[in-house]
Design a protein around this ligand. Structure first.
Ligand code: 3H9
Length: 694
């Protein structure tokens, strides 16, 4: 065996060269890896005894892409003599067959490297994909030009716009992989395959030269129009999906070398832009959020093999589905059989709807329903490993339940509350085991929303926090550990936006002006459309209503939101909203009665008023240690509240604007409008001392 460099070896076994990469964690295409590949390929090609070359990786995966940490630095992909292009050129033009042997994932630049090989073999558990779109990029190593030449434009469009990881058996069907090997025998399988190529004198397939597949779609503009239409809502505001589509269009309509030029130009444009910067930041933020500084990696975990959920309403039902989806049995407890039946009926309906869309089979519907057991007594929660209380937000009620749980639940069970704002320490205080009590704040709809706030109480044990993180991973949530404070991280910041939005409509901006400004910024909807969707009467009561807010007036007028056909907006039978002059009149009258001065408020001011106080609150949260790091706040807001990922989250966005500018704005606002704008002391410090908070 020859060592090529720290991460590459070359091994020649009966005339087959094994070029092996070992660059943990994911064999990304760092400068060292590219140097190793170039040198190793040259050695193998010039060695007369070598008849074919197999590229294989050690560790958990084949090459998972370009090394994202190198982006923008001096070692980046273009490095002279060792660029990704140099690697690919050597492979594709090798006079000896080059075979990629894939396990784990071949992603991004990794799959592009494999596509520059003459053949690809994989183990059945492997997956291939071009996920660059999720980093605000497109495959810049020829992927957009080679992939459609094998799988056709339609599948290629699907892969590059979704970034999906395609399982090996599907890759085999599409021709992306030429052969599957035994699961645990990739090396042997690949060597045998390579030998076969030599004995059968098979051609050196250069994907770049394959024309038949793409030619079929030449001039098929409809295909691209359809894809654009189907993605329009999901990809609103994003540049990368559109640029990816343009590259596939180029692959179909232009010769390879011309297409590569289009790819290169659009790749560079994305790479230099803010959207990709934000999405790359979020990629690492999403990995950081799993790390809790004072909790060791090897912290002992509790077994969670069964779960109890209290409440079969919207939240309880959604929460239960997460566990059933992951194969974990759930016992749901409701107060009455009627409510229980209703809740279970809704869960079944949700599953059946998913099955009707083809996302799960009817057998899976039954399997999952079979994992959900309904009961009407808390006493039935005496054996589960994790209990999640999901009743409505009332401290007395929660305390009553936790007192009972303390006497019912087995020793060592984790007792969690799905509170969205209440004091977890106070809830824990009624039990004799506060170390086992934690907040697990799911977001509605709980079976769909990715975010989970894990609320760590003063006495919550490390084991319980670590176990909750592990459970979150099993049910495919993105979990952020937060501290106990009103509203935790997400809702606490949301309250700032809500307050300002409600003030602004009394100063002259109309609800739809505010919603439009935030929608154009990239949120899926603004605060007033959101209130209409949730129902304006949530937490509102006729008896206590005193006409002191616009919401009071709307509810009193029977305008409860979408469900009553009107709220801040008026809705047609398809729930399409329109501004309503009646609401404008209600707001105007309310303002006049209180002698509020109305004025024109432009979009820029709306955004500043709604967003800057959120950033300020983020600093207060950091100052109080309620979030571990600034990027955790951004994870909460991009995954739980629809902050557009290409704007990175409130803290990242604040940095893009400039924290000094925001501080200046807040100081002025405090003078002009009051103490709610008082800048956080930590923000002042960050600006004064030029601290990097990321
Ligand atoms: C690209 O290829 C552009 C080309 O087209 C350009 C051509 C010109 N770079 O996720 P995990 C780290 S763009 C650097 O926890 P898992 C990650 O930060 C790239 N580091 O593991 C983490 O570090 P730490 C296209 C990377 O098993 C550790 O590896 N490729 C990279 O849950 C473990 O990661 C992608 O977008 C990277 N490319 O999942 C794939 N990837 O331990 C991105 C990972 O210090 N990667 N790290 O926190 C993934 O999707 C997942 O990491 C993967 C493993 C599925 C591979």
């Amino acid at each position: 065996m020859t060592t090529i460099n720290e991460v590459t070896t070359l091994d020649i076994e009966s005339n087959i060269a094994l070029l092996t990469l070992n660059s943990p964690p994911v064999n990304a295409l760092s400068l060292k890896v590219r140097q190793g590949l170039v040198a190793g390929l040259k050695d193998a090609i010039s060695n007369d005894s070598v008849e074919a070359i197999v590229l294989i990786c050690e560790g958990r995966t084949f090459i998972a892409g370009a090394d994202i940490t190198e982006f923008g630095g001096s070692d980046s992909l273009g490095t002279e003599g060792n660029s990704l292009n140099d690697v690919m050129h050597l492979m594709e033009n090798s006079p000896k067959p080059v075979v990629a042997a894939i396990h784990g994932t071949a992603l991004g630049g990794g799959l592009e490297t494999a596509l520059a090989c003459h053949y690809r073999v994989a183990v059945p558990s492997a997956k291939c994909g071009l996920p660059e779109v999720n980093l605000g990029l497109l495959p810049g190593g020829g992927g957009t030009q080679r992939l459609p030449r094998i799988v056709g434009a339609e599948k290629a469009l699907q892969m590059v716009t979704s970034g999906e990881h395609v399982p090996a058996n599907q890759c085999l069907e599409m021709g992306l992989v030429d052969e599957l090997t035994e699961e645990n025998d990739l090396k042997n399988g690949a060597v045998i395959f390579a030998k076969k190529l030599v004995t059968e004198n098979r051609p050196l397939v250069k994907v770049r030269d394959a024309q038949d597949v793409v030619e079929k779609d030449r001039g098929n503009d409809q295909l691209f129009a359809d894809v654009r239409k189907s993605l329009a809502r999901k990809t609103r505001g994003f540049l990368a999906p559109e640029y990816n589509i343009q590259c596939i269009e180029a692959a179909v309509n232009l010769p390879f070398d011309e297409g590569i030029k289009v790819e290169g130009k659009l790749f560079m444009e994305l790479m230099m832009g803010n959207q990709s910067r934000a999405q790359q930041y979020l990629f690492f933020a999403q990995r950081q959020v799993n790390k809790i500084p004072d909790i060791e990696k090897d912290t002992e975990l509790k077994d969670v093999e069964s779960v109890g959920v209290i409440g079969a309403g919207t939240m309880g039902g959604g929460i239960s589905m997460n566990f059933a989806n992951a194969g974990i049995p759930v016992t749901i407890v409701e107060q009455s059989q009627e409510r229980l039946d209703k809740g279970l009926g809704i869960i079944r309906k949700n599953y059946e709807n998913t099955a009707a869309k083809g996302r799960i089979t009817t057998a899976q519907v039954e399997e999952r329903m079979g994992l959900i057991d309904g009961k009407t007594s808390l006493e039935d929660l005496n054996s589960q490993d994790l209990i999640i209380e999901a009743v409505f937000e009332n401290m007395d009620l929660k305390k009553e339940i936790f007192t009972k749980l303390d006497s019912i639940c087995k020793e060592g069970a984790i007792l969690a509350s799905n509170t969205s704002a209440l004091d977890v320490n106070e809830i824990a205080s009624v039990t004799k085991r506060p170390e086992d009590v934690i907040g697990l704040h799911f977001f509605s709809p709980a079976n769909i929303m990715k975010l989970l706030e894990i609320v760590r109480g003063d006495k919550t044990s490390k084991t319980v926090v670590a176990t909750s993180m592990a459970v979150a991973k099993r049910i495919q949530k993105i979990a952020a550990v937060v501290g106990v404070c009103p509203g935790f991280v997400g809702n606490r910041i949301l309250a700032q936006r809500q307050r300002e939005a409600n003030k602004l409509i009394l100063e002259g901006a109309l609800p739809w002006d505010i919603d439009d400004a935030l929608f154009d910024f990239g949120f899926p909807m603004g605060p007033f459309a959101m209130s209409d969707l949730a129902g304006l009467d949530i937490g509102w009561g006729k008896e206590t209503s005193n006409g002191e807010s616009i919401r009071d007036l709307l509810c009193e007028a029977g305008r409860l939101g979408q469900k009553s056909g009107k709220g801040f907006y008026v809705y047609d039978e398809n729930r399409n909203k329109s501004p309503d002059p009646e609401v404008e009149a209600i707001i105007k009258k309310f303002g006049e009665e209180r002698q509020v001065r109305m004025r024109d408020i432009n979009k820029e001011e709306i955004l500043e008023r709604c967003l800057y106080p959120m950033i300020n609150e983020g600093f207060k949260i950091l100052e109080e240690g309620m979030a571990i790091r600034a990027s955790d706040i951004d994870i909460v807001w991009t995954n739980g509240y629809g902050w557009p990922v290409y704007e990175g989250g409130p803290m990242f966005y604040g940095n893009t604007i400039g924290f000094d500018k925001i501080l200046f704005w807040l100081k002025k606002a405090e003078l002009e409008m009051g103490p709610e704008f008082k800048p956080s002391a930590y923000l002042e410090k960050v600006v004064a001392e030029e601290i990097n908070i990321f």
